[in-house]
Design a protein around this ligand. Structure first.
Ligand code: ARG
Length: 463
């Protein structure tokens, strides 16, 4: 076996002193990027297969390297691998160990590549997998929401604007709004796959390589669609990182809005929903408390992820092409974001599975705030050929009258209604019925029961 130089840095011929301890501590990324070990090993194996196919390395050396890489894989997965900060990152830790295992032939593994293309190849493979995991989790929440929605097509609740009662709607329809949001998140993540499917491997440090490599081969073997087009852009580009962080931010912003809404509905003031004890916590001093801590956790978590998006945007700003150490921070931002997002998706699913609407309270609240005023205005337009603005004025007068008398619109005497519009007849009372109100919104995308039912089955088919 060749002399084992495993105590020296790869560049020790050129850089004669050990790097300052201080920098070794902060400059090393191994604690973070060891997460990429599987992707890195897979990339290296495909790379040496290609080098052999292209007659750049011999059969014997290729096999030796693959043997060493397989051994390293076992060591890492069995936690028998000693990661060292001295060797900076996952790429050099693996190459260093390969040298220990197979000797100087390990040196062939880095022919026609650089850590610059290696690291983004690993990261893209990792992100593709994570994107598909996120898709699965979003599908799961969508399914849970569809089930809850299906049970509540006819549950009537107040719809709010400005948190004031606006118009009555189906709780099922309301939940389908969540489905739309989550489905857009899914599409947004999946849109990233096109860029993630471009293979960086082989652009080497920044210019490409003079070796006769086959980038189409490595693309195919690593599950990419095709190689990237420009070597300089490839090692400089972190748009795919920003895309992921942006998609995660939007998804967590949605989760935060949903959480906030549920917190309000769960509050003692609203009491529109009940939550199972499983998703509630108590207070150390107030024995009566059942707090929605998990929802508050979900509401807050987008803060850290927005921070990650802004960190990456700021790192990229003003950075000349091509590779700089600044880029190394992309991985911690990706990994922490992924952990937060994946947790929050699971938690949201759990919350939705443990939530029940208080149908009585929903209906009681929906009856407040003159919620059918717009229905009355529409009735006047349809029956007496009034312009909407005229009908709006008459309805305002009706609401003022009801307010003065301290009554709901449906409690007013028929003669009071006649004062507003003498031509109306008794069938007007129908418009104050909330079920009729909800069911009358048959325009595409509206809240009528039939619409909600159709939308649920449409989604059930595509999920
Ligand atoms: N650990 C490095 C990173 O994550 C890999 C690329 C290093 N390249 C270099 N020229 N120093 O960015």
């Amino acid at each position: 076996m060749a002399k084992n130089k495993n105590n020296q840095a790869i560049w020790s011929m050129r850089i004669k002193k050990n790097v300052s301890k201080l920098f070794e501590e902060v400059g090393s990324s191994i604690d973070i990027d060891k997460k990429l070990y599987k992707e890195d090993l897979r990339g290296s194996k495909v790379h040496v297969e290609m080098l052999f196919k292209q007659k750049i390395i011999s059969f014997k050396i290729k096999n030796k390297i693959i043997y060493g890489l397989d051994k390293i894989e076992k060591e890492i997965s069995k936690k028998n691998f000693k990661f060292s900060k001295k060797d900076e990152d996952i790429h050099m830790n693996i190459e260093k160990r390969l040298l220990e295992i197979i000797g100087e032939d390990a040196g062939y593994v880095h022919t026609a590549r650089s850590r610059n293309d290696q690291v983004i190849t690993d990261l893209k493979i990792w992100l593709k997998k994570d994107t598909l995991n996120i898709e699965k989790k979003l599908n799961k929440i969508i399914k849970t929401t569809l089930q809850l929605s299906e049970k509540n097509i006819k549950t009537i609740m107040p719809g709010f604007t400005h948190l004031k009662n606006a118009q009555a709607l189906s709780f099922g329809h309301y939940l389908m709004a969540y489905v739309e949001m989550l489905n857009r998140d899914k599409k947004r993540f999946l849109n990233n796959l096109e860029n993630l499917n471009e293979n960086p491997l082989g652009v080497s440090a920044l210019t490409g390589t003079s070796f006769n490599i086959d980038r189409n081969y490595t693309s195919k073997k690593l599950g990419f669609k095709h190689p990237t087009n420009n070597s300089v852009d490839t090692v400089s580009d972190r748009d795919f990182v920003l895309d992921y962080l942006y998609c995660s931010s939007v998804c967590l912003m949605h989760i935060s809005r949903i959480a906030e809404e549920l917190i309000i509905w769960y509050s003692d003031a609203f009491k529109l929903i009940q939550l199972d004890d499983k998703v509630l916590t108590g207070s150390s001093i107030m024995p009566q408390k059942k707090n929605p801590d998990i929802l508050e956790y979900l509401r807050g978590k987008c803060g850290s992820v927005y921070g990650n998006l802004f960190s990456m945007l700021t790192i990229m700003k003003g950075l000349p092409l091509s590779y700089f150490k600044d880029l190394q921070d992309d991985k911690i931002l990706i990994f922490t974001t992924s952990e937060i997002l994946n947790n929050c998706l699971e938690l949201l699913d759990e919350i939705l599975k443990n939530l029940r609407p208080d149908k009585k309270r929903m209906l009681a609240l929906a009856k407040k705030g003159y919620i059918s005023a717009t229905d009355f205005a529409d009735y006047l337009v349809k029956n007496f050929s009034l312009s909407f603005r005229e009908a709006y004025k008459k309805t305002s007068a009706l609401v003022n009258l009801a307010e003065k008398k301290g009554k709901r619109l449906d409690e007013l005497d028929f003669k009071d209604l006649k004062k507003i519009e003498p031509r109306i007849n008794k069938d007007v009372t129908k418009v104050f019925n909330l079920e009729n109100s909800v069911n009358s919104k048959k325009s595409y995308g509206g809240t009528s029961f039939e619409n909600v039912k159709k939308m649920i089955s449409k989604y059930k088919k595509i999920i």
